[in-house]
Design a protein around this ligand. Structure first.
Ligand code: SF4
Ligand code: SF4
Length: 359
Protein backbone atom coordinates (compact mmCIF):
# COMPACT_ATOMS: atom_id res chain seq x y z
CA UNK A 1 0.00 0.00 0.00
CA UNK A 2 1.30 3.44 -0.93
CA UNK A 3 0.10 6.97 -0.24
CA UNK A 4 -1.18 9.60 -2.60
CA UNK A 5 -1.93 13.28 -2.23
CA UNK A 6 -4.55 14.89 -4.46
CA UNK A 7 -3.77 18.11 -6.34
CA UNK A 8 -6.25 20.03 -4.17
CA UNK A 9 -4.31 19.13 -1.05
CA UNK A 10 -0.91 20.37 -2.22
CA UNK A 11 -1.56 23.98 -1.17
CA UNK A 12 -2.97 22.76 2.15
CA UNK A 13 0.12 20.64 2.75
CA UNK A 14 2.36 23.64 2.03
CA UNK A 15 0.28 25.72 4.41
CA UNK A 16 0.82 23.16 7.14
CA UNK A 17 4.55 22.87 6.43
CA UNK A 18 4.84 26.68 6.51
CA UNK A 19 3.58 26.73 10.09
CA UNK A 20 6.92 25.35 11.28
CA UNK A 21 9.35 26.10 8.46
CA UNK A 22 10.27 28.39 5.60
CA UNK A 23 8.90 26.72 2.49
CA UNK A 24 10.62 27.26 -0.87
CA UNK A 25 8.80 26.19 -4.02
CA UNK A 26 8.86 26.89 -7.76
CA UNK A 27 6.65 29.70 -9.08
CA UNK A 28 6.05 30.58 -12.72
CA UNK A 29 6.97 34.12 -13.68
CA UNK A 30 3.60 35.33 -14.96
CA UNK A 31 2.79 33.49 -18.16
CA UNK A 32 6.41 33.18 -19.30
CA UNK A 33 6.84 29.43 -18.95
CA UNK A 34 9.88 30.23 -16.78
CA UNK A 35 9.87 29.17 -13.15
CA UNK A 36 12.05 30.20 -10.23
CA UNK A 37 12.44 28.89 -6.70
CA UNK A 38 11.42 31.36 -4.04
CA UNK A 39 10.02 31.55 -0.54
CA UNK A 40 6.45 30.29 -0.81
CA UNK A 41 3.64 32.59 0.32
CA UNK A 42 0.16 31.35 1.13
CA UNK A 43 -2.09 31.82 -1.92
CA UNK A 44 0.73 31.73 -4.49
CA UNK A 45 0.36 28.92 -7.05
CA UNK A 46 3.23 26.43 -7.18
CA UNK A 47 4.57 25.61 -10.66
CA UNK A 48 5.27 21.89 -10.83
CA UNK A 49 5.32 21.84 -14.63
CA UNK A 50 8.43 23.80 -15.62
CA UNK A 51 11.95 23.12 -14.41
CA UNK A 52 13.25 26.30 -12.80
CA UNK A 53 15.70 28.46 -14.75
CA UNK A 54 18.05 28.70 -11.77
CA UNK A 55 18.65 25.83 -9.37
CA UNK A 56 17.57 25.63 -5.74
CA UNK A 57 21.06 26.09 -4.28
CA UNK A 58 19.99 29.42 -2.69
CA UNK A 59 18.43 27.46 0.16
CA UNK A 60 21.86 26.34 1.35
CA UNK A 61 24.13 28.90 -0.36
CA UNK A 62 22.31 32.24 -0.49
CA UNK A 63 23.30 34.66 -3.24
CA UNK A 64 24.61 36.99 -0.56
CA UNK A 65 24.95 36.22 3.12
CA UNK A 66 26.61 37.68 6.17
CA UNK A 67 29.22 35.33 7.61
CA UNK A 68 30.06 37.32 10.73
CA UNK A 69 30.42 40.74 12.31
CA UNK A 70 33.92 41.78 13.33
CA UNK A 71 35.19 44.43 15.69
CA UNK A 72 38.79 45.30 16.44
CA UNK A 73 37.58 46.29 19.87
CA UNK A 74 40.71 46.59 21.93
CA UNK A 75 43.13 48.92 20.17
CA UNK A 76 45.14 48.64 16.97
CA UNK A 77 44.22 45.62 14.83
CA UNK A 78 46.33 42.52 15.46
CA UNK A 79 44.73 39.74 13.42
CA UNK A 80 43.69 36.82 15.56
CA UNK A 81 44.45 38.59 18.84
CA UNK A 82 42.30 41.57 19.56
CA UNK A 83 39.40 40.97 17.26
CA UNK A 84 35.89 40.18 18.35
CA UNK A 85 33.94 38.01 15.92
CA UNK A 86 30.21 37.33 16.18
CA UNK A 87 29.00 34.57 13.88
CA UNK A 88 25.90 35.31 11.85
CA UNK A 89 24.42 31.94 11.03
CA UNK A 90 20.76 32.04 10.14
CA UNK A 91 19.31 28.59 9.57
CA UNK A 92 15.56 28.39 10.07
CA UNK A 93 13.87 25.04 9.47
CA UNK A 94 13.33 24.99 5.70
CA UNK A 95 11.39 22.78 3.32
CA UNK A 96 12.41 22.75 -0.34
CA UNK A 97 9.32 21.64 -2.22
CA UNK A 98 9.26 20.61 -5.89
CA UNK A 99 12.99 20.20 -6.37
CA UNK A 100 13.91 17.81 -9.20
CA UNK A 101 16.17 14.79 -8.81
CA UNK A 102 19.01 16.79 -10.41
CA UNK A 103 18.60 19.50 -7.74
CA UNK A 104 18.48 17.03 -4.86
CA UNK A 105 21.51 15.13 -6.12
CA UNK A 106 23.39 18.42 -6.41
CA UNK A 107 22.89 19.02 -2.69
CA UNK A 108 24.83 15.84 -1.97
CA UNK A 109 27.61 17.14 -4.23
CA UNK A 110 27.72 20.42 -2.31
CA UNK A 111 27.70 18.47 0.97
CA UNK A 112 31.06 16.92 0.08
CA UNK A 113 32.51 20.45 -0.16
CA UNK A 114 30.75 22.33 2.64
CA UNK A 115 29.48 19.71 5.08
CA UNK A 116 32.02 16.95 5.20
CA UNK A 117 32.89 16.07 8.81
CA UNK A 118 35.37 13.45 7.60
CA UNK A 119 37.62 16.14 6.16
CA UNK A 120 39.52 18.90 7.90
CA UNK A 121 38.92 21.44 5.18
CA UNK A 122 35.44 21.07 3.79
CA UNK A 123 33.31 22.31 6.65
CA UNK A 124 31.36 25.53 6.49
CA UNK A 125 29.25 26.35 9.57
CA UNK A 126 26.71 28.46 7.69
CA UNK A 127 26.14 25.81 5.02
CA UNK A 128 26.08 23.03 7.61
CA UNK A 129 23.45 24.74 9.74
CA UNK A 130 21.20 25.37 6.74
CA UNK A 131 21.67 21.91 5.28
CA UNK A 132 20.79 20.23 8.54
CA UNK A 133 17.66 22.36 8.85
CA UNK A 134 16.58 21.43 5.32
CA UNK A 135 13.95 18.89 4.21
CA UNK A 136 13.79 18.14 0.50
CA UNK A 137 10.55 17.10 -1.20
CA UNK A 138 11.39 16.09 -4.76
CA UNK A 139 9.15 15.85 -7.79
CA UNK A 140 10.01 12.89 -10.02
CA UNK A 141 10.02 13.87 -13.70
CA UNK A 142 7.55 12.23 -16.04
CA UNK A 143 8.41 14.66 -18.82
CA UNK A 144 11.76 16.07 -19.90
CA UNK A 145 12.80 18.70 -22.40
CA UNK A 146 15.56 18.48 -24.98
CA UNK A 147 18.15 19.93 -22.59
CA UNK A 148 17.71 17.32 -19.81
CA UNK A 149 20.43 14.66 -19.60
CA UNK A 150 20.26 13.47 -15.99
CA UNK A 151 20.34 9.83 -17.08
CA UNK A 152 23.91 10.36 -18.30
CA UNK A 153 25.36 12.56 -15.57
CA UNK A 154 22.92 12.42 -12.69
CA UNK A 155 20.71 9.93 -10.94
CA UNK A 156 17.93 9.84 -13.51
CA UNK A 157 14.46 11.43 -13.33
CA UNK A 158 13.51 9.82 -10.01
CA UNK A 159 16.93 9.55 -8.34
CA UNK A 160 16.67 9.51 -4.57
CA UNK A 161 20.02 11.03 -3.60
CA UNK A 162 19.46 14.14 -1.50
CA UNK A 163 15.68 13.68 -1.23
CA UNK A 164 13.64 13.10 1.91
CA UNK A 165 10.34 12.50 0.16
CA UNK A 166 9.60 11.93 -3.53
CA UNK A 167 6.32 12.75 -5.25
CA UNK A 168 5.48 10.92 -8.48
CA UNK A 169 2.92 12.70 -10.69
CA UNK A 170 -0.31 10.77 -11.29
CA UNK A 171 -3.60 11.75 -12.84
CA UNK A 172 -5.14 14.16 -10.29
CA UNK A 173 -2.38 13.94 -7.70
CA UNK A 174 0.95 12.50 -6.61
CA UNK A 175 2.20 9.21 -5.26
CA UNK A 176 4.36 9.84 -2.19
CA UNK A 177 7.42 7.81 -1.22
CA UNK A 178 9.42 8.59 1.90
CA UNK A 179 13.18 8.22 1.43
CA UNK A 180 14.38 9.26 4.89
CA UNK A 181 13.00 9.49 8.41
CA UNK A 182 12.32 13.18 7.73
CA UNK A 183 10.22 12.20 4.76
CA UNK A 184 8.36 9.68 6.91
CA UNK A 185 7.68 12.33 9.52
CA UNK A 186 6.02 14.55 6.91
CA UNK A 187 3.71 11.70 5.92
CA UNK A 188 2.97 11.02 9.60
CA UNK A 189 2.34 14.66 10.47
CA UNK A 190 0.08 15.33 7.49
CA UNK A 191 -2.03 12.17 7.40
CA UNK A 192 -5.17 14.16 6.53
CA UNK A 193 -3.66 15.05 3.16
CA UNK A 194 -2.32 11.61 2.23
CA UNK A 195 -4.60 8.69 1.40
CA UNK A 196 -3.82 5.00 1.22
CA UNK A 197 -3.73 3.81 -2.37
CA UNK A 198 -2.76 0.91 -4.61
CA UNK A 199 -1.55 3.26 -7.34
CA UNK A 200 1.58 2.27 -9.25
CA UNK A 201 4.41 4.72 -10.02
CA UNK A 202 4.02 6.43 -13.41
CA UNK A 203 6.20 6.03 -16.47
CA UNK A 204 9.22 8.25 -15.90
CA UNK A 205 10.68 10.74 -18.38
CA UNK A 206 13.22 9.59 -20.91
CA UNK A 207 16.11 12.02 -20.94
CA UNK A 208 18.75 12.42 -23.62
CA UNK A 209 21.88 10.37 -23.16
CA UNK A 210 25.37 11.60 -23.89
CA UNK A 211 27.26 8.57 -25.06
CA UNK A 212 30.82 7.91 -26.12
CA UNK A 213 32.45 9.96 -23.35
CA UNK A 214 34.24 7.07 -21.61
CA UNK A 215 37.70 8.11 -20.50
CA UNK A 216 37.07 11.84 -21.02
CA UNK A 217 38.15 12.58 -17.46
CA UNK A 218 41.64 11.24 -18.21
CA UNK A 219 41.72 12.64 -21.76
CA UNK A 220 40.82 16.28 -21.11
CA UNK A 221 44.37 17.21 -19.98
CA UNK A 222 45.60 16.23 -23.48
CA UNK A 223 43.82 19.27 -24.97
CA UNK A 224 44.39 21.66 -22.08
CA UNK A 225 46.91 23.73 -24.05
CA UNK A 226 44.96 23.54 -27.29
CA UNK A 227 43.72 27.14 -27.21
CA UNK A 228 42.64 26.94 -30.85
CA UNK A 229 40.07 24.36 -29.77
CA UNK A 230 38.85 26.34 -26.76
CA UNK A 231 38.73 29.58 -28.79
CA UNK A 232 36.62 27.88 -31.42
CA UNK A 233 34.27 26.41 -28.79
CA UNK A 234 33.76 29.74 -27.01
CA UNK A 235 33.65 32.03 -30.05
CA UNK A 236 30.13 33.18 -29.13
CA UNK A 237 30.45 33.19 -25.32
CA UNK A 238 29.85 36.62 -23.80
CA UNK A 239 30.98 35.73 -20.25
CA UNK A 240 27.53 36.45 -18.83
CA UNK A 241 28.02 33.85 -16.08
CA UNK A 242 24.53 32.36 -16.36
CA UNK A 243 25.91 28.86 -16.79
CA UNK A 244 27.54 29.15 -13.36
CA UNK A 245 24.77 30.97 -11.52
CA UNK A 246 22.03 28.69 -12.85
CA UNK A 247 23.99 25.52 -12.14
CA UNK A 248 23.11 23.51 -9.01
CA UNK A 249 26.69 22.27 -8.52
CA UNK A 250 28.64 25.49 -9.20
CA UNK A 251 29.77 27.03 -5.97
CA UNK A 252 32.27 29.82 -6.79
CA UNK A 253 31.94 32.60 -4.27
CA UNK A 254 33.51 35.94 -3.39
CA UNK A 255 34.09 37.33 0.07
CA UNK A 256 34.29 40.99 0.96
CA UNK A 257 34.10 43.20 4.01
CA UNK A 258 31.67 46.07 4.48
CA UNK A 259 33.19 48.44 7.02
CA UNK A 260 31.11 50.57 9.36
CA UNK A 261 33.72 52.81 10.91
CA UNK A 262 37.44 52.04 10.74
CA UNK A 263 37.48 49.14 13.19
CA UNK A 264 34.32 47.18 12.69
CA UNK A 265 32.14 45.81 9.97
CA UNK A 266 30.69 42.66 8.51
CA UNK A 267 32.06 39.96 6.25
CA UNK A 268 29.81 38.97 3.35
CA UNK A 269 29.85 36.05 0.93
CA UNK A 270 28.22 36.27 -2.51
CA UNK A 271 27.91 34.02 -5.52
CA UNK A 272 30.67 34.51 -8.04
CA UNK A 273 31.35 32.80 -11.37
CA UNK A 274 34.55 31.46 -12.88
CA UNK A 275 33.22 32.70 -16.24
CA UNK A 276 33.71 36.32 -15.10
CA UNK A 277 36.95 38.09 -16.11
CA UNK A 278 37.50 39.53 -12.63
CA UNK A 279 37.12 36.17 -10.90
CA UNK A 280 40.80 35.38 -11.42
CA UNK A 281 42.21 38.88 -11.82
CA UNK A 282 45.12 39.33 -9.45
CA UNK A 283 46.01 42.46 -7.50
CA UNK A 284 48.86 43.12 -9.95
CA UNK A 285 46.36 43.31 -12.80
CA UNK A 286 47.57 40.02 -14.28
CA UNK A 287 44.81 37.58 -15.12
CA UNK A 288 45.74 33.92 -15.66
CA UNK A 289 42.37 33.34 -17.38
CA UNK A 290 42.10 36.42 -19.59
CA UNK A 291 39.72 35.15 -22.29
CA UNK A 292 36.45 33.25 -22.52
CA UNK A 293 38.46 30.33 -23.88
CA UNK A 294 40.62 30.17 -20.74
CA UNK A 295 37.62 30.46 -18.46
CA UNK A 296 35.39 27.96 -20.22
CA UNK A 297 38.31 25.55 -20.44
CA UNK A 298 38.54 25.77 -16.66
CA UNK A 299 34.79 25.25 -16.29
CA UNK A 300 34.85 22.06 -18.34
CA UNK A 301 38.04 20.71 -16.79
CA UNK A 302 36.87 21.45 -13.27
CA UNK A 303 33.54 19.71 -13.73
CA UNK A 304 34.67 16.76 -15.79
CA UNK A 305 38.33 16.21 -14.92
CA UNK A 306 39.87 17.92 -11.84
CA UNK A 307 36.89 17.44 -9.58
CA UNK A 308 36.17 13.81 -10.55
CA UNK A 309 39.87 12.98 -10.06
CA UNK A 310 39.94 14.62 -6.61
CA UNK A 311 36.45 13.79 -5.33
CA UNK A 312 35.43 10.76 -7.41
CA UNK A 313 32.30 12.40 -8.77
CA UNK A 314 31.39 14.51 -11.79
CA UNK A 315 30.41 18.08 -10.96
CA UNK A 316 27.29 17.96 -13.13
CA UNK A 317 23.89 16.39 -12.59
CA UNK A 318 22.64 16.79 -16.16
CA UNK A 319 19.96 19.35 -15.24
CA UNK A 320 20.41 21.15 -18.56
CA UNK A 321 20.08 24.65 -17.08
CA UNK A 322 23.32 25.88 -18.62
CA UNK A 323 21.96 24.74 -22.02
CA UNK A 324 18.51 26.30 -21.66
CA UNK A 325 19.86 29.54 -20.24
CA UNK A 326 22.94 30.27 -22.36
CA UNK A 327 22.13 33.37 -24.44
CA UNK A 328 24.47 32.15 -27.18
CA UNK A 329 23.25 28.54 -27.29
CA UNK A 330 26.45 26.89 -26.07
CA UNK A 331 25.48 23.28 -25.35
CA UNK A 332 27.74 21.61 -22.80
CA UNK A 333 26.95 18.17 -24.29
CA UNK A 334 28.22 19.26 -27.69
CA UNK A 335 31.30 20.72 -26.04
CA UNK A 336 32.01 17.41 -24.30
CA UNK A 337 31.56 15.46 -27.53
CA UNK A 338 33.86 17.87 -29.38
CA UNK A 339 36.43 17.72 -26.57
CA UNK A 340 36.38 13.93 -26.67
CA UNK A 341 36.89 13.89 -30.44
CA UNK A 342 39.71 16.46 -30.21
CA UNK A 343 41.40 14.56 -27.38
CA UNK A 344 41.28 11.29 -29.33
CA UNK A 345 42.72 13.09 -32.39
CA UNK A 346 45.44 14.67 -30.25
CA UNK A 347 46.37 11.35 -28.67
CA UNK A 348 46.56 9.71 -32.10
CA UNK A 349 48.82 12.46 -33.41
CA UNK A 350 51.06 12.20 -30.34
CA UNK A 351 51.21 8.48 -30.99
CA UNK A 352 52.28 9.07 -34.59
CA UNK A 353 49.14 7.23 -35.77
CA UNK A 354 50.44 4.05 -34.09
CA UNK A 355 47.18 3.37 -32.22
CA UNK A 356 45.26 3.67 -35.47
CA UNK A 357 47.55 1.34 -37.44
CA UNK A 358 47.75 -1.20 -34.62
CA UNK A 359 43.99 -1.88 -34.85
S1 SF4 B 1 25.90 31.09 -20.25
FE1 SF4 B 1 26.83 30.90 -22.32
S2 SF4 B 1 27.46 33.00 -22.87
FE2 SF4 B 1 27.06 32.99 -20.65
S3 SF4 B 1 29.11 32.59 -19.74
FE3 SF4 B 1 28.08 30.60 -19.95
S4 SF4 B 1 28.78 29.81 -21.96
FE4 SF4 B 1 29.23 32.02 -21.94
S1 SF4 C 1 26.92 21.92 -15.82
FE1 SF4 C 1 24.97 22.48 -16.80
S2 SF4 C 1 23.83 20.54 -16.98
FE2 SF4 C 1 25.51 20.18 -15.52
S3 SF4 C 1 24.59 20.53 -13.49
FE3 SF4 C 1 25.51 22.50 -14.18
S4 SF4 C 1 23.86 23.62 -15.19
FE4 SF4 C 1 23.21 21.47 -14.99
Amino acid sequence: MTKIIKNDNIARLLEQLAEDAEVWAPRELAGTGTAIFERWQNGVAVDLEHITSISAKDVVLPRTEKLFDFNYAFGDPVPGENIEIVAAVTAPATVLFGARACDAKALTVLDALFDNPESESYNDPNYQARRRALTVITLACTTADAACFCSSFGEGPAGKAGSDLILYPLEGGYLAEAVTARGESILDAATRFFEESNAEPPQLAETATVEGLDGLQQQLPAIFKDLDFWNEITATCISCGFCSHGCPTCYCFNIHDEMSGDRKGERLRSWDACMFYVYTQEASGHNPRPTQAHRYRNRINHKFSYYPVNQGETLCTGCGRCIRGCPTNLDIREVLRAAKARAVETELMADGGKAETDK
